[in-house]
Ligand binder design. Structure first.
Ligand code: PLP
Length: 449
């Protein structure tokens, strides 16, 4: 696999065709350069020029848990393609691989969660979770419970539903009416204590959430959605008491909690699911990305038993289906991927990578442009600031220039989310690759004025 030739077209031709024919997800209007990746092995990828790059992003972002070019996953995909690539599982049809994967997820999930609805990715999963939450209340005779509480800085996807729940305003601009009845509250952001008016952040946030519930009316609210650790917002872990107190408050008001674990699940933060250790006790968990390490598009919505019984019980149908839900090839790949995560101890490895980043990045803490370094398992956010006193973030252009510099000077792939430089390497990142990434970052940041 690793010796496959590069594509027949030259890099320059591919780049020209890309500009002409491809509309990129999150395309930046001001950038004309293209980076065409054609091959991967372990934590290394090659572009169409044959340039070798260290993938500290994990296959685009937060995806490639087991690394690139894994024969085990290629074989699982090929075998399943030969056996049964697809048979849409609408109504009473199913396939062996999605059944086995659903069983496996139930065994890993909290005890109250035993059913899975499959999607093609995270955005579809979040839309499905929102629908399920609203349906649950409708079926229980509370049809006014339609509001969804989401959070500023949260990222939940790009469809209308998940995009409205996303707390990054660009997502909602100039696309007409967004999903109605979505309200945003603040998340915990310990580096920016100014947001909480000098109060303890959790006290402030619980107070804000209580007031929001009161203003909307508890009987009008279906669910709250949140990432256990904010990912796209800049890798921001909450204080320990945040989720337990949110959970308690929501429970008192009959409001469901959706844990969006599209980033955090499958070892990224060192556990199968991050919501449990953080005290979320969610009613619904959405996952994607690391479930197949990106070898096939797949998402999953894992649902509490009572919700499933209420939504589908008696005469009720659940009229919500995607052609590729439970796609056998994607599910076969996911099963093989979970085997690898287990067999190779990659959940533990995730924590070891994080510990090594902490050490390797420690010298960066002294660099003036570095405001905060946050490490959660094998993901890192380095928040860059123009002023350490005010904690004002650097411009998007400067943060982007840092990521570009790492690419150009050190052949290391990273990405900025706003002013925060983000890392999410494969969980097979070696000690040497981790140290190389840290050293490159320190070197580049030292050169920032
Ligand atoms: N939820 C979270 C937490 C995410 O980070 C993402 C994507 O980055 C999504 C949902 C959307 O997933 P997808 O891009 O697979 O639709």
């Amino acid at each position: 696999l690793s010796n496959r030739p590069t594509p027949e077209l030259a890099a320059s031709e591919l780049e020209a065709l890309d500009r002409r024919h491809v509309l990129h997800p999150h395309q930046r209007s001001q950038r004309s350069e293209r980076r065409v990746i054609v091959r991967g092995q372990g934590s290394t990828v090659w572009d169409a020029n044959g340039r070798k790059l260290l993938d500290a992003l994990g296959g685009g972002i937060w995806v490639a848990q087991v690394g690139h070019g894994r024969a085990e996953l290629a074989e699982a995909a090929a075998e399943q393609a030969g056996q049964l690539a697809q048979f849409t599982g609408f109504f009473e049809y199913g396939n062996d691989k999605s059944i086995r994967l659903a069983e496996r997820l139930a065994a890993l999930a909290p005890a109250n969660i035993n059913r899975t609805y499959f999607t093609c990715g995270g955005s579809e999963g979040v839309d499905t979770a929102i629908k399920l939450a609203r349906l649950f209340h409708h079926r229980r005779g509370e049809p006014d419970r339609n509001w969804i509480i989401a959070r500023h800085f949260g990222y939940h996807g790009a469809t209308y539903g998940s995009g409205t729940a996303t707390g990054i305003p660009d997502m909602q601009v100039a696309v007409g009416p967004n999903l109605p009845n979505v309200e945003k509250v603040m998340p915990p952001y310990p580096y920016h204590m100014e947001m909480y008016g000098g109060q303890n952040p959790t006290d402030f946030l619980i107070n804000e959430l209580s007031q929001t519930i009161e203003r909307l009316g508890a009987r009008n609210i279906a669910a709250m959605i949140g990432e256990p650790v904010l990912g796209g917002g800049g890798v921001i872990p909450p204080p320990d008491d945040y989720w337990p107190r949110v959970r308690k408050l929501l429970r008192e008001h009959g409001i469901l909690l959706i844990a969006d674990e599209v980033i955090t699940a499958f070892g990224r933060t060192g556990t199968w699911f991050d919501s449990e250790p953080r005290g979320m006790s969610p009613d619904i968990i959405t996952v994607a990305k690391g479930i197949t390490s990106g070898y096939a598009p797949l998402g999953a919505v894992m649902v509490d038993d009572e919700i499933v019984e209420t939504v589908t019980g008696g005469e009720h149908s659940f009229f919500h289906g995607y052609t590729y839900s439970g796609h056998p090839l994607a599910c076969a790949v996911a099963l093989a991927n979970l085997d690898l995560l287990e067999k190779e101890g990659l959940l533990e490895r995730s924590l070891a990578i994080g510990a090594r980043f902490r050490t390797g990045l420690a010298p960066a803490a002294e660099i003036p442009v570095v405001g905060d370094i946050r490490v959660v398992g094998a993901t890192v956010g380095i928040e860059l600031v123009v002023n350490r006193e005010t904690r004002e973030g650097v411009s998007m252009d400067l943060a982007l220039a840092v990521a570009d510099d790492l690419y150009e000077t050190h052949n290391v792939i990273t990405r900025n989310y706003g002013p925060t430089l983000v890392l999410s390497p494969p969980l097979v990142f070696t000690d040497q690759e981790t140290d190389r990434t840290s050293a490159a970052i320190v070197e580049v940041l030292r050169r920032v004025d």
